[in-house]
Write a protein that binds this ligand. Structure first.
Ligand code: GRF
Length: 220
């Protein structure tokens, strides 16, 4: 496994609670990644102010200032490279990406989605989970591929759906677990504990021996 810390660029559009969980995790001396910058397509994103208060470099690249998606992405790409980013962590980044951008960062860009993918891709996840009547939901950290909410899964965590749930109460229960899962998955990825094989990720033998990270909490 590599020893140099991977430099992570976090992409956000909103409140940035997952971003904060990643920032907190990277404070541990032995965490295999550090935050190089936080970028947002929305200048008013609350998370940008939180990241700046943590002393991190931040930048807003307002997608509305660009005529075409490609122009916005070229600027985003230039900023990520200027900050020396190795890996991108999307954390509530609400902008569709072109296949060209995704391919430029192939196997170097992660996302968190609040469902057990491949179920319930897209928006309004928790309301759709409730309408479907499933008894378990959860969250997924995956490597980004051009199709929305698709790509090799790094880690998932399951959360119960209660009869009394609203979309908000369920979303809050899932979010708590997201804050545990994302730092865990980024650590696995940045440390080289997993590799990508086609559309799956595979744990190295060392990582298998440490804990089974495909479950949360880890099975002992
Ligand atoms: C999270 O639920 C995440 O899974 C989804 O968008 C939400 C972002 O929340 N992609 P926050 O900005 O991290 O608080």
């Amino acid at each position: 496994m590599s020893t140099a810390k991977k430099r992570v660029g976090i992409l956000i559009s909103g409140r940035g609670s997952n971003m904060m969980s990643l920032i907190a995790a990277t404070r541990a001396p032995d965490y295999p990644a550090e935050i190089a910058c936080v970028l947002s397509n929305r200048p008013e994103a609350e998370g940008l102010f939180k990241a700046a208060a943590e002393g991190l470099p931040t930048r807003a690249i307002d997608h509305k200032s660009f005529g075409a998606r490609e122009g916005f992405e070229a600027e985003l790409d230039a900023a990520l490279r200027a900050y020396g980013v190795d890996l991108i962590a999307c954390a509530g980044f609400m902008r569709m990406m072109t296949p060209g951008f995704v391919e430029r960062w192939r196997d170097r860009m992660l996302n968190i989605h609040p469902s057990l993918l491949p179920a319930f891709k897209g928006l309004d996840t928790h309301a759709r989970v409730l309408a479907a009547g499933v008894k378990l939901t959860g969250c997924t950290v995956h490597i980004v591929r051009p199709e929305v909410d698709s790509g090799p899964i790094i880690a998932q965590a399951a959360v119960p759906v209660l009869d009394t749930d609203t979309a908000d109460s369920l979303g809050a229960r899932v979010l708590e677990v997201e804050h545990l899962l994302y730092p865990h998955a980024l650590s696995l990825f940045a440390s080289g504990a997993i590799s990508v094989s086609g559309e799956r990720t595979i744990l190295t033998q060392d990582a298998v021996n440490q804990a089974n990270p495909l479950y949360w909490p880890p099975l002992s």
